[in-house]
Design a protein around this ligand. Structure first.
Ligand code: ASP
Length: 436
């Protein structure tokens, strides 16, 4: 009896510690444990063999939810935009979101080609698990393959781009139906949206549940990496982080700074001064959705964006405009390619450009969502995360430092939303310039 109570006390104490701290503890313990084991190769082999199942379980749980998360969140996102809002402001907003996302991925890819994070790391998985050989089809075929011939088959196979395409088409059609003059049709469409939205929420709940297991999964997977790689892996992780943060900074200055100056003739410094409460909130909360009230207040009060524009651009931006996430996805895909000795070819990098841009659209504005979406980008370039594979080991390393990467990318995501609403308001001549 008292033993039971002691156990439940221990468990509740475990859950009382924030998840972020627990994952960090898993990372640190895994690193130390792996480095110590690395000095005794026999012990390392016994450890890796006997703990593999716990790491594999984590990978399987994550893979289980990727397809439903992306499907339901994209359908819900696309269907919640009313077609009547898809006028000039809507079009400008979308063009801005897509163009800046493409620029951000391009910056990330150029940087990753210069920095080459993970090069010569030579992460190995189990000898028996080799990745599929990447035999990239020509670009025209990649573009054509975005349109699924059978959505059910794409869903079953987890084909990223066709799923995104189908979900967007489905969502937009649902949005049009909701606006229909036929009341019965409109009511049915509303119910369907409610159902999809409930499914999306359910999936986020499942994600949160799975993340409770993340500290154990991260510990086991990281310990195995360090047991095989030794302490040099720490430097590599810092190097990936540096590459991504340089990408974020460059996009902030080149992408947003130049856009604000050239397109809208507004002061970038004044923008930063006004935006910082929201950017800082995003940095610490790691959630675009959670930051939305601050983003809206700051845009209206400090930057003079009218409610008519901000009420559309900012909620949509928090859902689909994720330049920081796009940079993260591209840098990490490149890192995993380098680290596992399968550097991405030019064609594969073009594929990453498309998948990272579109996958960022499907990323929910909640902490850690991007790390799940990374699985999809990897899949699109044949870097499949299978249990025991080198790709899974490299992915686990990224997961271990996800909080650090998430802070920076969310900060840029939210900053990009604000730049967008300022540029759209200015071009519509509704920006209150007395605030500048
Ligand atoms: N946390 C990010 C956001 O809320 C999404 C991500 O994980 O990339 O914007």
């Amino acid at each position: 009896m008292s033993q039971n109570r002691e156990q439940s006390g221990l468990l509740s104490r475990y859950f009382r510690v924030s998840l972020l701290r627990r994952i960090l503890a898993g990372l640190l313990l895994g690193t130390v444990c792996g480095c110590v084991l690395g000095a005794v190769p026999d012990a390392a082999a016994v450890f890796v063999d006997n703990t593999r199942i716990f790491g594999d379980l984590f990978i399987r749980l994550l893979k289980m939810i990727v397809v439903p998360v992306i499907l339901f969140s994209l359908v819900t996102g696309a269907a919640s935009i009313s077609p009547s809002q898809l006028g000039r402001v809507g079009l400008k907003t979308f063009v801005y979101y897509i163009v800046t996302s493409l620029i951000s991925v391009a910056i990330a890819l150029v940087l990753a080609n210069i920095f080459r994070p993970g090069l010569n790391m030579g992460i190995v998985g189990d000898a028996a698990v080799t990745g599929e050989t990447a035999n990239a089809p020509p670009l025209s075929q990649i573009l054509l393959d975005i349109v699924p011939t059978n959505p059910a088959e794409s869903l079953a196979r987890g084909d990223v781009l066709p799923i995104i395409f189908f979900a967007l088409v489905f969502g937009i059609a649902l949005a049009v139906l909701r606006d229909s003059s036929d009341e019965k049709l409109a009511a049915g469409a509303d119910r369907l949206l409610e159902l999809c939205s409930a499914c999306a929420e359910t999936m986020y709940k499942v994600v949160r549940g799975i993340m409770q297991y993340a500290p154990v999964g991260v510990f086991v997977l990281i310990a195995a990496v360090f047991a095989q790689q030794g302490p040099k892996a720490v430097g590599t992780l810092l190097y990936v982080t540096l590459t991504m943060y340089v990408g974020l900074a460059l996009h902030l200055i080149i992408g947003y700074g130049v856009l604000l100056r050239l397109v809208s003739r507004l002061s970038f410094l004044k923008f930063l001064r006004g935006a910082y409460p929201a950017s800082l909130t995003a940095f610490v909360t790691r959630s675009s959705n959670g930051t939305l009230p601050v983003t809206m207040r700051v845009s209206e009060d400090s930057m003079g964006v009218p409610r008519s524009v901000s009420s559309f651009t900012l909620p949509v931006g928090a859902t689909i405009n994720m330049d920081g996430t796009a940079i993260y996805l591209a840098v990490c895909a490149m890192f995993i390619g380098f680290a596992t000795g399968q550097p991405l070819t030019f064609d594969q990098q073009l594929t990453v450009m498309i998948t990272a841009t579109l996958t960022a659209v499907g990323t929910a504005g909640v902490p850690g969502a991007g790390s799940i979406m990374l699985l999809m980008v990897l899949e699109s370039v044949d870097l499949t995360v299978t249990e025991g594979s080198a790709v899974a080991a490299a992915y686990a390393m990224i997961l271990g430092i996800d909080a650090l990467l998430d802070m920076g990318r969310t900060c840029l995501n939210v900053t990009g939303d604000m730049v967008g609403s300022v540029i759209v308001s200015k071009s519509e001549r509704v920006l209150d310039e007395s605030k500048w």
